[in-house]
Write a protein that binds this ligand. Sequence first.
Ligand code: ATP
Ligand code: MG
Length: 442
Amino acid sequence: MAEIPEYVKKVLETLETAGHEAWCVGGCVRDILLSRVPEDWDVTTSAMPEETMAAFGQHAFPTGLEHGTVTARSDHNSVEVTTYRVDGAYHDHRRPDSVTFTRSLGEDLMRRDFTVNAMALSLRGELRDPFGGREDLKQSVLRCVGDPDRRFQEDALRILRGLRFAAVLGFSLDPATGKSIHKNRELLGDIAAERIQVELLKLLVGRDAAEVLRQYPDVVGVFWPEVLPMVGFDQKNYHHCYDVWEHTLHAVAAVPGDPVLRCAALLHDIGKPNCFTVDEKGVGHFYGHSAISRELADRMLRRLKCSTDFRETVVRLVDWHDRDIPRTDKAIRRALGKLGERDLRRLILLKRADNLAQAPEFHDHQLELDKGESILNRLLAENACFSMKQLAVNGKDLTEMGLSGPAVGRVLNALLDAVMEGELPNERHALLSSVSRFVTEL
Ligand code: ATP
Ligand code: MG
């Protein structure tokens, strides 16, 4: 088992020295028992919030006093210290109407969502585990603390947190917990879009994201009903050995755990059921599906209030996913100009995954992708020019040559085109001597 870091130990010591109980609690305890690196360290204490404030003096910050939370600074790190708490009644499936502080660790652990998240660890390595969290960790099982229906009805976000932990940790849902997730899924409708977005993106980057989605499409369907028609949709096409949903899940599993790529893989064929046709030979087609997928993806990501940059990047990948991969210098330079290196690399990864999720006899498309990728690598190694800011001349150079107004931009564009087409080298002298020719041509 990994050690509690020094700066966290100091926080526990400070509280104990002041006469209070103090424990590491929740996700950090789960993670060190799994030998994973915790995202953050949370401490729970018998001290009332004002006692915590007093114990840390000038190193204490009242970041959430009404919930009992004080942020303690320790060796340039922050640790959230929260008073043992009992949640009051829930009426909106979101938040307790009130919270009450308690002097009992047991009561605090009882309010926590899953058994593996309801353990506490002391300075001396003592583990408090009243609900069998350690055993569930060993069995890789995610199980609610207490009655699942009640816990999901109290706070519906736990439905998605459950799927998120299953995907990230590679755990299976305890049968009663899993059944209750299906049963109570509609309650997610009461949860703010931003909170759903956070959990969904964490779920998607999990190692078992595809498996969790396979088992719970109905849960995703509560906020993204567009997903549901994909499930079981027979493509009637020899390129495909899976229905649209299975194809999608294979693509999700085959891209790296980057939220943009996982999301693009999940949505790349979302428009397929809307544009399905069957020809006279009985073969299915999805003409124009990437444009429809692009529109749907844009709407779905807006609904979850994703950031503009995230949404636009995913939507662009969805839009481009069905185009032939560029395989000439010229075409790669163009694609670089439109997408930039990061997203062109993502597009190649998405296309690889899309292809691997098709019937095996078509997997030789990977060779075309290899070719595109090696051209890309070579061009980047050669410092190829694919954007205006890399061009060896700029607007000021042209103004100094006597050009003005829109002509400056037009000539710059023409020069960039000529460089990208391989007609001119990206060298200052060569470009400047071609300016007069472009001025006459334009
Ligand atoms: P992460 O690795 O994402 O930080 P975590 O388990 O630490 O996972 P947090 O959201 O940081 O999750 O919450 C810390 C702890 O607070 C959880 O482990 C759990 O004990 C408790 N908790 C958080 N959210 C809820 C909730 N909605 N219902 C019940 N308990 C919760
Ligand atoms: Mg945490």
